[in-house]
Design a binder for this molecule. Structure first.
Ligand SMILES: NC(=O)c1ccc[n+]([C@@H]2O[C@H](COP(=O)([O-])OP(=O)(O)OC[C@H]3O[C@@H](n4cnc5c(N)ncnc54)[C@H](O)[C@@H]3O)[C@@H](O)[C@H]2O)c1
Length: 347
């Protein structure tokens, strides 16, 4: 299948691109190359005859039309987005423009291409979204595909808006879609402004390991390669118009997660004295910090037969190994704007 992947130079998009090429698909990677993008993430497939890269911005409708005309994709996997909650607190404008208006442009470009091709039923617009659209859970319960939306940050509100647009384009224009909402990802090529790489790299640099609030916020962690596998499964087997919640049933408080990472690091690269956990420092909480996310992945498991391949403990170990062995990848990224700074305080 020829797939147009948006955001394929980012963390999750690049995992999708690598797996799609390995599975024999053709991929056109459309990415604006914003601050969080790295073409090194797809260097391993860049020479494949089945791979093409186009630098284009979702906000540029004419550029999107040109990509459809030149590459004639059979499916779109839409991952390009502004993705960092803390940045959305300080500057929501980019999130509205890319995540909402950009998705609208992409839907319209897709629709006009699909109509010109006589509306093939096999076409899919796969919109990749987050569990954060469902809001914040108490100590019990899980998000299902029918949980009402209750986004609470500019990031999650912009993603929720884009989800609604995608559903509307399906119901109103008949565009064939699938939609997925996934829990927090981690793994190789994770941009070093997100919690797990920040903790690994600060630990190695002897810096404080910042924990927002008291560290009791709970997230449901999924290894990025398992997410990419789930996305390709949904693209191949998901029902037209359906949504699927993707998660690994790996809930941890932020404090537990950081302590686990410290233990893995202690084991793999021990300090001269003490544990990396001694560097843990509690800092002021993020405004509106959601207490708990948890995904019920039953539909993915029973309908599509998908399950994650690694436990969170195995995935964290692989991730630490990857960062220990790939300083050439992350070192230059530490100089990018905002990396290493406390963001998200301007509420
Ligand atoms: N990271 C997670 O834990 C997680 C969980 C669930 C869902 N998601 C969703 O998955 C998708 C990918 O997330 P990620 O963590 O890989 O993000 P990322 O920030 O690593 O990558 C985003 C990519 O989108 C590109 N991009 C941004 N604005 C663009 C624009 N206007 N036009 C074209 N390209 C643009 C960037 O250059 C970058 O390569 C997002 O839609 C996000 O909402 C992420």
């Amino acid at each position: 299948m020829k797939i147009l992947v948006t955001g394929g130079a980012g963390f999750i998009g690049s995992a999708v691109v690598r797996q799609a090429i390995a599975a024999g698909h053709s991929v056109v990677n459309l990415d604006a190359l914003t601050y969080s993008a790295c073409l090194e993430n797809v260097a391993s497939v860049a020479d494949s005859p089945n791979y093409a890269f186009v630098q284009a911005d979702l906000r540029d409708r004419a550029a999107l039309d040109k990509v459809f005309a030149e590459h004639t994709p059979e499916a779109v996997m839409h991952l390009a987005a502004e993705s960092h909650v803390d940045r959305s607190i300080d500057g929501p404008g980019d999130f509205i423009e890319t995540n909402i208006l950009g998705t609208y442009n992409l839907l319209e470009a897709t629709r006009s291409f699909w109509v010109a091709k006589d509306k093939p039923e096999s076409f899919r617009f796969h919109h990749i979204s987050t569990d954060e659209v469902f809001g914040s859970l108490g100590p019990t319960g899980q998000f299902t595909e029918t949980t009402p939306y209750d986004p609470r940050s500019p990031y999650s509100a912009s993603k929720a808006s884009s989800d609604h647009l995608v559903r509307a384009w399906h119901h109103t224009y008949g565009l064939p879609i699938v939609l997925t909402n996934c829990s927090n990802n981690y793994g190789p090529y994770h941009f070093p402004e997100k919690l797990i790489p920040v903790i690994i790299l600060n630990a190695l640099a002897g810096k404080p390991l910042p924990i927002y609030g008291d560290g009791s916020n709970i997230r449901d962690w999924l290894y990025v390669e398992d997410h990419a596998d789930a996305l390709l499964t949904v693209l191949a087997k998901g029902r037209n118009g359906e949504c699927y919640n993707i998660g690994g049933e790996n809930e941890k408080t932020n404090l537990e997660l950081v302590k686990t990472l410290c233990a893995v690091l202690d084991d793999k690269r021990s300090k001269n004295e003490g544990s990396y956990a001694d560097q843990i420092t509690f800092v002021a909480d993020r405004p509106g910090h959601d207490a708990r996310y948890a995904i019920d992945p039953t539909r993915m498991q029973t309908e599509l037969g998908w399950r994650p391949s690694v436990t969170v403990e195995e995935g964290l170990e692989k991730t630490v190994d990857w960062y220990l062995n790939n300083a050439d990848w992350w070192q230059p990224l530490l100089g990018r704007a905002g990396v290493g700074e406390r963001l998200g305080t301007k509420a």
